[in-house]
Design a protein around this ligand. Structure first.
Ligand SMILES: [Mn+2]
Length: 320
């Protein structure tokens, strides 16, 4: 199991009420990643954490770290705060597409395998706010143009129900899959964030399989929450069985990318927080590797729900 982290969580984070931890440079964040037992993968935000490809790769190789993904941020710049890829203003859409293309150039230059984009500012806060016809049409156009550019660097979309918009445009895995179907580019995929998926009232394991069965690639973000908001908690702290089932099906699907931690330490010690996440994730991965998938899938084919629940009790919960 390859585990990494979105390095922004190594530095200062904030919500509407508080600030947590101190600001760090990209080098300092990477040095923190190296200290976390179980992590060697990096997802870095473009362009806010990146400098030159040569400079960044020197840091990565000096610290023995590897690329999970480049995360292109199309919501932070002032013009993108109310939205970017689906806005009626053509210049804003063009600037957002240009930023994704630049992120692909950067990914290629540093040898990162993919670019992931979570267009959180696209959507709406109130009803009668946006034109759903043009917003959907523009989203297909902009993502399509960004996907076509530099096809050797695939573009992954990360859906989320809420935040920063009250209702995000790509509010579920299904909605993001529908968009990818409309775009029709094979060099695309879904960034399946466990916490986003359960906030959208989905089953993450089912949506992973649905994504792959729909012909698209998948990249996994790990964390947990209470399903009401995207709290980015330690994995398994609230939805243990969902996490087990996601890793079971990731293994069945031959998933070989990084499992990237998208979790926010907030009031917890940063290194301790991520080590707890890394160890529970690896523990679940090792547990999943002890299960016999053929047995589980045979029982599913036989619709033997009673024996499946018994297996969950004995082999996963281990309380019998
Ligand atoms: Mn995520």
């Amino acid at each position: 199991m390859k585990q990494g982290v979105i390095i922004a969580f190594m530095g200062k984070t904030q919500d509407r009420f508080c600030e947590y931890n101190s600001p760090k440079t990209t080098l300092e964040k990477l040095q923190m990643v190296q200290r976390v037992k179980g992590f060697d993968g990096v997802e870095m935000v473009f362009p806010h954490e990146t400098t030159t490809p040569a400079g960044i790769n020197q840091m990565m190789s000096d610290l023995g770290l590897h690329w999970a993904a480049i995360n292109v941020n199309v919501k932070k710049d002032p013009q993108f705060v109310p939205g970017s890829l689906s806005r009626p203003v053509k210049q804003i859409r063009e600037d957002a597409v240009a930023m994704i293309k630049s992120a692909k150039d950067f990914a290629k230059a540093v040898g990162a395998p993919l670019v992931t984009c979570c267009p959180l500012s696209d959507g709406y806060d109130m009803l009668f706010q946006i034109d759903y016809q043009t917003a959907w049409k523009y989203m297909i156009e902009t993502i399509g143009e960004a996907a076509d550019y530099l096809p050797e660097i695939p573009l992954f979309l990360e859906p989320k129900y809420s935040e920063v918009r009250v209702h995000c445009q790509l509010d579920s895995t299904s909605k993001a899959l529908l968009l990818l179907k409309e775009v029709g580019n094979p060099n695309t995929g879904i960034t399946l964030d466990l916490g986003h998926s359960i906030q959208s009232q989905e089953n993450p394991a089912q949506m992973l399989v649905t994504t792959i069965e729909s012909g698209f690639d998948a990249y996994i973000h790990t964390n947990d929450n209470d399903t009401k908001a995207d709290w980015d908690l330690v994995g398994g702290s609230r939805h243990f069985l969902n996490y087990v089932e996601l890793l079971f099906w990731a293994k069945e699907c031959g998933y070989n990318k990084y499992f990237t931690t998208d979790a926010s330490p907030r009031i917890f010690n940063i290194i301790d927080f991520f080590e707890r996440h890394a160890e529970v994730s690896l523990g679940i991965w090792n547990l999943v590797n002890k299960l016999d998938p053929k047995k589980y899938r045979r029982l599913m084919a036989e619709e033997n729900y009673n024996e499946l629940m018994s297996l969950v009790t004995r082999e996963i919960y281990r309380v019998q």
